[in-house]
Structure formats: C-alpha cells, structure tokens
Design a protein around this ligand. Structure first.
Ligand code: 13P
Ligand code: SF4
Length: 348
C-alpha cells in the first residue's frame, strides 16, 4: 500500500520541472486574462492544473459543480480541463461561450461504452421506462434521455422517480446503477458500461489494507464494483468524498478513487493519512495506477496552446438540434440539484 506522502514525493502526476511550471503558470495566467477565460478543472486532473485553476479564480470540483460553475460564470471562454463529456456539457449549457479543452481526445470509458445507435434501440425496446443517464455520456445520449445526473445526486433522483412510481433505464455505468438500485429499491434496468479506473479496485487487497489499518475509514466512489462498495464506510461523488474526509473522525482514510483527488483532499485534511486503495489482483502482470489515462492527457502545455491558438483542435462544438435536446435533461438535473441538499451518502 502507498500513502499520500509517498505519492507526493514520487508522483508522476506533476510532470514539469519547477522552471517549466513557472513559465506555463505565468503564460496561462496572462492568456486567461487576455481571452476573458476561466479554468474549470476536475479533481482527477494533475495537481499542477488544479493549483492553477484555484489561483486564477477558476473552479476545481466534481462534474456537477463543473457544469454549474461554467453556466453561471461571466467569462466568455471556458477552459475545461477534464474529459470530453465535461466540455460538451459546458457547451450545451452555455452555447454562446467559447468552450476550449486542452485535448479533444480525452475520452471516458463510460461514454465510449454507450454508442447512441445501440442505446437508442435499447430505449425503444422499453418505452414504458424513464431514461436516466449519467453525465459521463455523449451529447447524443443525453439528448435521448429524460434525465441526466452526476454521481452526487443519482441516488436522490432515482429515489424521487421511484416515489413517483416510474420504472427506470439507467446508463451507462453498471456499478453505479447497481449501487443506486440497492439504495433506492427502484425498478432499474442497467446498461453494462464500466469505468476502467474504478472497476480495477480489488476486494482482497482492500480487505488486507483494512486489516493493516483497522482504524481507517474506507471512502469509495460509486463507480467501483459492488464488492468494494460493501466494504465502504462512505460512498459518494468526488466532492462528497472530500467532504467525508473532513467530517469523519478517523485519522486514516483508505481512498477508493482516482489518486489525483489526493491533492485536494490532503489540502483539506493536512493532519490525516490518506492511503491509496489497491488496484492490482494477485499475480497481476500489469499494475493499473488508479489514475484515469484520459484525465492525464491534460497538461500545462496543451492548456497554454488551447488558449493561445483557440483553433478547432481545441474547440468544443455541439450540433444545435442535439444541443437543444440535451439541454432539457441537463437543466432538469441542475434544477433538481437545487432542490435537494447533497449530503454525503453513507452505506453503514
Ligand atoms: P464525479 O461527478 O464524482 O466528479 O465523477 C466524475 C467521474 O468521471 C468519476 O470517474
Ligand atoms: Fe471516465 Fe472513469 Fe476516467 Fe471518470 S475516471 S472520466 S468515469 S474513465
């Protein structure tokens, strides 16, 4: 097992020398001003990107807050550091704004797992069901849905729809869908996508780590497999896990999500020991690193280039008809989020 201080010393998450970092920080700060732009970064981007977003008045958050922040910020350009669905969501909510991403190749395995043609046919086969999709989907899949949700409000929304007597199609994350079903008891049929990062956490390794640190709390993102969720003290979105790290009395925390979150989490709880949950199975020849390969494609150089050149290589465009259709379920999500208090979900 590895603690955060280990990663801080040896991490490959910060990729630049300090001279390069200073150079890009200064350049990007000037570009943000001259382009009337603001940075919106996810917790899974590299620590230097999160730090830059913070000191320039941008936002570092979970995907719900990224969407909300972009839609209300007065900047005319949004620089979204994350993966493509996050840039698309920003564009759908703010069509008048210029939405740039450091690379349009930063995908998401959940988004990829749910092609619109197959998904649409699946929905057509179940016309009696309300279609709820995770934010980690394409604009076309959102446009086919009745609701979009992020992990921070997924359980609350499905409980609400269940209360109204509605039967649900959930897509694309089968782990999150399984968790929601367990919590809400709703009638849900599940698409079978997974997150390639969270699906790699291993039960046996986690049990062993719990034995080594019997006083540690286990905090888990709900994209993880059911057997991992069963071992959790707290299950929640990235923001909810950071809140839980603060609120829990435990001095040690086993963190079951992308390790880039450790940067922000350790800032919030400097006195606590953060332990990385194991990802490799017994005898594995390849060790996955608990870091999203697409989030890792964002770096200071391509952020600087995207702001400097602003060309189609960096620009998010969404077809206007698709955009209008996807806006409805996205706005439903934002309005629903306003009506609930997004408390940390605990499964104990
Ligand atoms: P959050 O909404 O919890 O930030 O999750 C987004 C994501 O892609 C997690 O893998
Ligand atoms: Fe998608 Fe998983 Fe990466 Fe999140 S961590 S963006 S769900 S592949």
């Amino acid at each position: 097992m590895k603690s955060y201080s280990f990663w801080n010393k040896h991490s490959t998450l910060n990729t630049r020398s300090s001279e390069e970092k200073d150079f890009y920080f200064n350049k990007i700060k000037k570009l943000l001003k001259s382009r009337n732009a603001v940075m919106i970064a996810h917790y899974y981007t590299n620590p230097e990107i999160q730090a830059l977003a913070e000191i320039t008045g941008g936002c570092v958050s979970d995907s719900l807050e990224m969407a909300r922040f972009g839609s209300i910020h007065p900047a005319t350009t949004l620089l979204v550091a994350g993966v493509k669905f996050m840039g698309e969501t920003a564009k759908i909510l703010s069509p008048e704004k210029n939405v740039l991403m450091p690379t349009l190749e930063a995908q998401c395995s959940l988004d990829i797992s749910c092609p619109i043609k197959e998904f649409s046919a699946f929905c057509d086969d179940h016309p009696d069901r309300t279609v709820v999709v995770y934010a980690n989907t394409s604009a076309a899949v959102k446009a086919r849905a009745d609701w979009v949700v992020t992990s921070s409000i997924a359980v609350d929304l499905i409980e609400h729809l269940n209360y109204l007597g509605q039967k649900i199609i959930w897509a694309p994350d089968r782990n999150l869908g399984g968790y929601i079903k367990l919590k809400s008891n709703a009638d849900i049929i599940n698409w079978q996508g997974t997150c390639i990062v969270h699906n790699e956490f291993k039960t046996r390794g986690l049990k062993r780590l719990k034995n080594l640190y019997p006083n540690a709390a286990v905090i888990v993102h709900p994209e993880s497999p059911q057997s991992i969720i069963e071992l959790a003290d707290v299950v929640g979105s990235t923001s909810q896990l950071i809140n839980a790290a603060k609120k829990l009395p435990h001095k040690q925390l086993i963190v079951v999500t992308d390790r880039a979150i450790f940067y922000k989490m350790q800032q919030i709880v400097p006195d606590k020991e953060l332990l990385e949950a194991p990802t490799a199975g017994e005898g594995a020849t390849c060790r996955s690193c608990a870091h999203c390969p697409w989030m890792a494609m964002n770096n200071l150089k391509n952020i600087s280039d995207s702001l400097e050149f602003g060309s189609s290589k960096y620009k998010i465009n969404v077809d206007n008809e698709l955009r209008k259709a996807a806006l409805l379920p996205l706005n439903r999500m934002l309005n629903f989020a306003k009506t609930i208090k997004c408390n940390v979900k605990s499964n104990i």
